[in-house]
Design a binder for this molecule. Structure first.
Ligand code: NAD
Length: 295
């Protein structure tokens, strides 16, 4: 069962206070007639079991610490178990029940085995932060004086699509499968990006992140009947190793255009993630946390 602070109206734990069609038919009070309607239905993070991909560093690690400090049990996924040591100990130091799983999110059988291992270890799970991602930036075609200098390679295109889009699909499908099988309603938060609008030098990344936004909308529609909500975060530029790997001149140019005058912190993204988890009426939306930057 999903931990949930339910409205007094709801007697069905699976629905966390959501109105059903029979509520409507039986004539639930109109707006303003019942203080019940003024209550927010809040999903409890505490005691939820949450799977986080790409948890070894950056946003995944910050989300793990934030949700761990709110009482969540954590299944932390990254390419290698060793790389998760720092996040694992940070989470355990704040009292969270956390375990590490080595898994390439782009590998179908590895994803299936890892999610099965999480169920074996924790009994069930309530949420997925679908966060693992990579960059392989490059212009589609780079030319000087009419001569082609370079082209975005198929390998760089495919690598980003494999992890940032197929990986999100595989983990999302496995999470939904598990939650439906276990009768364990919950949520998925996908990590998109403001680059989904189309960013210079990022054909592969922008296409993948636009795909992630589309998956968020499709899954929200398809999975609502199973009481699974799906949302996404589209960060701007966040202070992580991924951004540090950008060319300094490109990063400086980008940072100069941020109305907030600074990069986002990983903790600000973690805070937005907790909001998406907690608010039971958020579904199918991509929220931008970008300091006002538009690409
Ligand atoms: N940092 C930003 O400014 C920013 C902006 C927009 C979106 N994002 C997105 O947020 C997510 C996290 O970004 P970050 O900045 O923390 O990146 P990061 O590079 O610091 O961390 C990404 C993590 O994902 C892991 N990972 C990569 N490929 C994997 C795979 N195949 N299987 C499992 N794990 C894998 C890496 O090992 C790493 O620990 C990514 O999806 C990224 O595209 C980041």
């Amino acid at each position: 069962m999903v931990p949930c602070r339910r409205s007094p109206r709801s007697s069905n734990p699976a629905f966390c206070g959501k109105a059903t069609s029979s509520d409507v038919r039986s004539g639930s009070p109109a707006y303003g007639e019942n203080s019940d309607l003024e209550q927010a239905n809040i999903m409890n993070i505490s005691d939820s079991t949450i799977i986080i991909t790409g948890a070894a560093r950056g946003l995944g690690a910050a989300v793990a610490r934030h949700l761990g400090s709110a009482g969540a049990k954590l299944a932390l996924i990254d390419l290698t178990a060793d790389s998760l040591d720092a996040t694992l100990s940070a989470c355990r130091n704040i009292g969270a029940d956390a375990r590490a799983y080595a898994c390439n999110v782009a590998d179908e059988s590895a994803v299936e085995q890892t999610f099965a291992a999480v169920v074996d270890d924790f009994g069930s799970f309530n949420g997925l932060v679908n966060n693992a991602g990579i960059l392989r930036d490059g212009m589609l075609v780079k030319a000087k004086d009419g001569e082609i200098a370079s082209r975005l390679s198929l390998a760089d295109w495919q690598a980003v699509i494999d992890v940032n889009l197929t990986g999100v699909f595989l983990c999302g499908r496995e999470a939904a499968t598990g939650m439906v099988r276990l009768g364990s309603p919950g949520w998925i938060v996908n990590m998109s990006s403001i680059s989904r609008a189309g960013n210079f030098g990022q054909s592969n990344y922008s296409a993948a992140k636009a795909g992630v936004a589309a998956l968020t909308s499709v899954w929200a529609k398809e999975l609502a009947r199973h009481s699974i909500r799906v949302n996404a975060i589209a960060p701007g530029f966040v202070k992580t190793e991924m951004v540090a790997s950008m060319k300094p001149e490109a990063l400086a140019r980008m940072a100069a255009g941020i109305p907030a005058g600074r990069l986002c912190t990983p903790e600000e993204i973690a805070h937005a993630c907790a909001y998406l988890i907690e608010n039971d009426y958020m579904n199918g939306r991509v929220i931008e946390i970008d300091g006002g930057l538009r690409l």
